[in-house]
Design a protein around this ligand. Structure first.
Ligand code: FDA
Length: 389
């Protein structure tokens, strides 16, 4: 079988690339259905892009690589596509756009786009062998126990990262990059809950509150959730992409509350009020009880000196924690690192050393924040490769 373009992986990036690469494209995936991560994303409603999508919302070895693709296919371009397909959507918070009905609308839209250009989709199909030829690539693929030899002028690798192996994630993209002597940067789980030794927060499981969480110069203002194993919630998932083993994070438990001033004012008029009662107005009661074990919340407001008030406020505004680890690829929304962008053209996503070989989406060392940014990277990088072919 001869095709112009063979695309490996019918996820977000692969579907987008197929929709633009057009006729003569064969898109294969080992899963039973295309776009499975789209289907389960955003609690089944797919946070498909973000209105505030901008260059600083992405991490990677080269902080400039993603700019070209994101500029040429923006969040507004994807939103325009969604609207042309009459998919109802809404902004939830922080510019995050979701489907009103179901994430399946996005999968159906991408399938309609690929069908419209005449691209073929083979599911439950795996790659058995791959080599370079003088004019392109020769692949052996297997479907229903039957092997097919495919020759292609272009090969687009869109098999994603390592996150959620249960959903069929594999390291195929990294293996292919290495096969063609292209570098792969260190990979690690991103947008992932952080864990703590000895079930430290088990008694607090289920408690959630708005926080500001810092790692070095980076911070996020979002909700934090205590779990049986540690910390989760958007603020923690965001900072996890910056956190490394043995690093500390700093949590401001009262980012919008001038606690020291409040305690001073209340001390004048309600000196007999217990400190724990007052703190319970600003923080969840279970958290106050837990923190009281180490931060000494005994006594009444009238007993507090100015320096004690400052020390208390400082402790709650700068709660330093050292996570023991993360929940790993089992629950990580994305994989940080991947195919080294030094080896790719930022305008086409084609390898600089192997003509006709493209890497797109999560397989590449570009990772977005939580909030629709990772799909936007999949759309933009898929568009870059698809239109370059
Ligand atoms: P993706 O993983 O989507 O697709 C890769 C495809 O390749 C899959 O179909 C897979 O079956 C196939 N494949 C893998 N190995 C193969 C092999 N060896 N042979 C054949 N096929 C193979 N992002 C966001 O912006 N908004 C959101 O709401 C969410 N929500 C979310 C929830 C959850 C639970 C997860 C795990 C992730 C998210 N994400 C997200 C992240 C987002 O899903 C992710 O960034 C994109 O799906 C990446 O798109 P890709 O096409 O690169 O990989």
């Amino acid at each position: 079988m001869k095709v112009t373009t063979l695309i490996l992986g019918a996820g977000a990036a692969g579907l987008m690339a197929a929709a633009h690469a057009g006729r003569g494209t064969l898109l294969i995936d080992h899963a039973r259905a295309p776009g499975e991560k789209i289907r389960i994303s955003g609690g089944g409603r797919c946070n498909f892009t973000n209105m505030h999508c901008d260059f600083p919302n992405f991490l990677g070895g080269n902080p400039h690589f993603h700019k070209s693709a994101l500029s040429r296919y923006t969040q507004w371009d994807f939103l325009d596509l969604v609207q042309r397909h009459n998919i109802p959507w809404h902004e939830k918070t922080l510019g995050q756009l979701f489907c009103d009905r179901s994430a399946k609308d996005i999968v159906a839209m991408l399938l309609a786009e690929t069908e419209a250009v005449g691209a073929q989709l083979w599911l439950q199909t795996s790659l058995k062998d791959l080599r370079k030829t003088d004019t392109g690539f020769a692949a052996v693929i297997e479907k229903d126990g039957k092997t097919t030899q495919v020759t292609a002028d272009n090969l687009v690798v869109a098999t994603g990262g390592k996150s959620i192996p249960k959903m069929g994630a594999t390291g195929l993209a990294y293996d292919i990059a290495r096969q063609f002597d292209m570098a792969v940067t260190e990979t690690r789980p991103g947008l992932v809950p952080l864990t703590f030794a000895e079930d430290r927060f088990t008694p607090l499981a289920g408690v959630a509150l708005p926080v500001r969480v810092h790692h070095g110069a980076t911070h996020f203002d979002e909700a934090m959730l205590f779990t049986h194993r540690g910390l989760s919630g958007p603020a923690i998932l965001q900072i996890s992409s910056y956190w490394r083993e043995s690093d500390s994070i700093e949590v401001d438990l009262l980012p919008a509350t001038p606690l020291a001033q409040i305690l001073r004012d209340k001390r004048k008029v309600e000196g007999r009020r217990a400190l724990t009662t007052e703190l319970g107005h600003h923080l969840p009661t279970r958290l106050v009880e837990h923190l009281g074990q180490t931060m000494d919340f005994k006594g009444n407001l009238g007993d507090l000196s100015d320096s004690r008030i400052d020390a208390l406020a400082n402790a709650l505004n700068r709660w330093v924690l050292i996570p023991g680890g993360s929940e790993g690829y089992r629950t990580a929304e994305v994989t940080l690192g991947g195919v080294d962008t030094d080896g790719l053209s930022s305008t086409t996503m084609m390898s600089k050393t192997v003509p006709g070989l493209y890497f797109i989406g999560e397989a590449v060392d570009v990772t977005g924040w939580l909030g629709g940014y990772n799909f936007q990277w999949a759309w933009s990088s898929g568009f870059a490769a698809g239109t370059a072919i």
